[in-house]
Ligand binder design. Structure first.
Ligand code: KG4
Ligand code: ZN
Length: 346
């Protein structure tokens, strides 16, 4: 596949219906994301049944918009890439069924993509040539999202080793739960970040979770915040800001300390921060400090941190170059081992 071949990416693993057209070298021609936040906000989290129904309503319009925004026709495409896990089964089924139908209708090869692996690939997307970055191995990647907190050593684009993962909540999940506790709304990560801007990150000292090695645990932090809120009773606007800033800082510290230690221990040449939580300004600021250790810091542009289909398209292009197309019988999976080899759970 040549660098200028065009790939259609499709992403429906959770509550964003997304499609994108990306060149095989990572240049993004279009990226359309239809957020379902307003439908789930009332429930304080994603309702799987609602998510799949909205995907079914939106998918064809979102794909049509991605093609028209990129000013391409189906005949201009060379590949379709779609996420088949990990994610919500009812949501994944909609994107995968649509992608298979487009593959047959337009006679295009199709590739199944691991959502978490795609988050890391997002670091190599660009809209203008000067934004272009390339992987340098060995690299350490931290994927922090609503469903994942994985620290991964990448020795090459085919050789990855998970160094650590969360033992309970994902970092984004912890931020979402903390935001709900503080009455800040959904999705919680951005709400907590906004609220915390007016607060003092040192106002409250939350316990640093002690987990050996490169694993993480955020459940204790969340319980400590719940206890604080209960003890305080009526909480003023400024104290909420302090609590938000302190909670965010505690999460940022843990992520930074483990990621830095992993990067130093493995003699990494790059530290990659990816996933929805990587959109967080404070987290990006702190991770930049790795440059002082002589390690390059790379994070996707904010629009490609949270769920999108451009990352799926580029990841699909890489997989297609490596191992060719998948046949149309591939399934969807709620859990997948890194980097998307065999399924562990249905
Ligand atoms: O990658 P993503 O869009 O979906 C999953 O794969 O889970 O990540 C969503 C998570 C949510 O927990 C959301 O609160 C968090 O990313 N998030 C943020 C920010 N933007 C999104 N967390 C902190 N600061 C942000 N600016
Ligand atoms: Zn994601």
């Amino acid at each position: 596949m040549s660098d200028d071949a065009l790939v259609l990416g499709i992403e429906t693993s959770c509550d964003e219906t997304a499609a994108a057209v990306v060149r095989a070298d990572g240049m993004v021609l279009s990226s359309v994301v239809a957020s379902q936040d307003e439908f789930h906000a009332h429930f304080g989290g994603v309702v799987p049944e609602i998510a799949s129904r909205r995907h079914a309503e939106l998918i064809t319009a979102v794909v049509a918009e991605a093609l028209s925004a990129a000013e391409v026709e189906p005949a201009d495409l060379s590949l379709i890439a779609v996420v088949n896990g990990p994610g919500l089964i009812g949501s994944l089924v909609v994107g995968v069924a649509a992608a298979k139908a487009y593959s047959v209708a337009w006679s295009l090869p199709i590739v199944a993509v691991n959502h978490v692996e795609a988050h890391v690939t997002a670091a190599w997307l660009f809209r203008s040539p000067e934004e272009r970055r390339c992987p340098t191995y060995p690299a350490v990647a931290l994927v922090v999202s609503g469903g994942h907190t994985d620290l991964v050593l990448l020795r090459s684009d085919e050789d990855a080793q998970v160094l650590g993962s969360t033992r309970d909540d994902a970092a984004g999940e912890a931020l979402d739960k903390a935001a709900r506790l503080l009455g800040l709304g959904y999705p919680g990560g951005p709400a907590l970040e906004r609220a915390g801007k007016e607060g003092q990150p040192t106002a409250f000292s939350l316990p640093a979770p002690h987990v050996p090695g490169y694993d993480f645990s955020f459940a204790g932090l969340k319980s400590a915040l719940a206890r604080l809120v209960e003890e305080m009773g009526e909480v003023s606007h400024s104290r909420i800001a302090d609590l938000a800033a302190s909670f965010q800082e505690a999460i940022v510290r843990v992520l930074w300390e483990k990621a830095r230690a992993a990067a130093l221990e493995t003699c990494a040449r790059q530290l990659i921060l990816a996933g929805g939580v990587a959109a967080n300004t404070r987290l990006r600021q702190v991770f930049c400090q790795i440059e002082a250790d002589g390690i390059e810091f790379v994070a996707p542009a904010r629009e490609f941190c949270t769920d999108n289909a451009a990352m799926v398209a580029l990841c699909g292009a890489t997989l297609y170059r490596r191992r060719g197309a998948d046949d149309l019988t591939f399934d969807v999976f709620s859990a997948l081992p890194w980097p998307g080899a065999k399924a562990s759970t249905r």
